[in-house]
Write a protein that binds this ligand. Structure first.
Ligand SMILES: Cc1cc2nc3c(=O)[nH]c(=O)nc-3n(C[C@H](O)[C@H](O)[C@H](O)COP(=O)(O)O)c2cc1C
Length: 341
């Protein structure tokens, strides 16, 4: 069991780190419909929103950006910005909306984010990040955490990461999620920045050894629960991104294999059945079927009929007026023998 040594336990019986297993923040992917689906598959994983800029929360369509279903909890709101005062205001609003954690993005390498001087560029500005964390902490009673890289461009990763964590932890960051590779800010797309810079897990393990009392979660390139479990011998938490989204069936084993608890459902068919009332509610409120079913395309991966299932959903769910009958027809394909390609 991993204690949460940085914060008072307040008599809670909960002794497992809240960051033990999480699903990564992913733009365009981990929206509220996706999170509602993932939550059905694991009660224990910590979920993260897509990155939202503080400016968008302060001046944009707040309801659309922040609303979520209470059943999704625990959910962390990921913010992207570099202005401590703006971040503090946005964090406050997020906490008031009921999020369980505010996470600051210090890892995104996109041009848009670089133009705003936030995301991964912040690896070069630990002082500013510390100021932002302190400002957010002063506004909220929930943990303020940071998701970062091991460095950017020509930084020496050990020096950059350790100095960054030292400065930002001193400002009160409750936990760090480290995407265990550098971001190369010049010339690589965000997608390439998730594959080309080499992974350096040992550096993150070394960080944990240097900061035994600080919760550290590792992220990047973890494809299954076996590798997640191996990492948990060395760090407090694991965060899975693409594997969780593209092969969500693995989430059905998280509660048992990572937390030693019963799985919420036996198989993806039961998950879909449990998700249907949510879909029906959302359809009635005007949400398009595709907005929900697009997150389910990977659900039957590897099973006979999975391709036909995806085909039915991908072609018919986006049509105006598409309803649950489309999902049921897609489901009826699974289990059938795949037609020869
Ligand atoms: C489609 C997509 C969108 C992403 N958006 C974000 C984001 O909004 N904030 C963030 O911190 N990381 C973002 N990431 C990075 C992931 O959180 C994660 O760090 C990265 O994918 C590495 O983990 P993985 O190998 O388990 O996927 C995104 C990744 C993907 C694939």
């Amino acid at each position: 069991m991993i204690l949460e040594p940085n914060r008072p336990q307040e008599g809670r019986s909960e002794t497992v780190s809240p960051w033990r297993f999480s699903i990564a923040p992913m733009m365009d992917w981990t929206d509220r419909h996706c999170r509602a689906l993932h939550r059905l598959m694991t009660r224990r994983a910590r979920l993260y929103t897509e990155m939202v800029t503080a400016g968008a929360i302060l001046f944009g369509p707040r309801e659309r950006l922040l609303r979520f279903d209470a059943a999704e909890a625990p959910v962390a709101l990921q913010l992207g910005d570099a202005d401590p005062a703006r971040l503090a205001r946005a964090a406050r609003i997020g906490a008031d909306w009921g999020y369980d954690e505010i996470n600051l993005n210090c890892g995104c390498p996109s041009d848009r984010v670089q133009n705003g001087r936030f995301g991964a560029c912040l690896m070069r500005e630990p002082g500013l990040v510390a100021e932002a964390v302190a400002a957010m902490r002063a506004e909220v009673n929930i943990p303020v955490t940071v998701k970062c890289r091991v460095g950017v461009d020509d930084q020496e990763p050990r020096e950059a990461l350790f100095a960054f964590v030292e400065t930002v932890a001193a400002a009160g960051a409750a936990a760090f999620v480290v995407h265990a590779r550098k971001a190369w800010l010049d010339g690589l797309s965000p997608k390439d920045n998730r594959t080309i810079p080499p992974l350096d897990y040992p550096l993150v393990h070394e960080l944990k050894r240097a900061w035994p009392r600080l919760p550290i979660a590792i992220n990047g390139g973890l494809v299954d629960l076996a590798s997640a479990r191996e990492q948990l011998e060395l760090v407090d938490g694991v965060m899975l991104g693409r594997a969780a989204y593209q092969n969500p069936e693995l989430l059905l084993r998280v509660d048992s294999e990572i937390f030693g608890e019963a799985a919420p459902y036996l198989d993806p068919f039961a998950v879909v059945e449990a998700y249907e009332p949510y879909i029906a509610r959302e359809l009635a409120a005007g949400t398009r079927l595709h907005d929900m079913t697009r997150h389910m395309l990977g659900l039957f991966a590897g099973r006979p009929g999975a391709r036909l299932y995806r085909q039915v959903l991908a072609t018919r769910a986006p049509r105006a007026g598409a309803g649950l009958d489309v999902l049921r027809e897609a489901l009826a394909q699974v289990g059938r023998v795949e037609a020869a390609a």
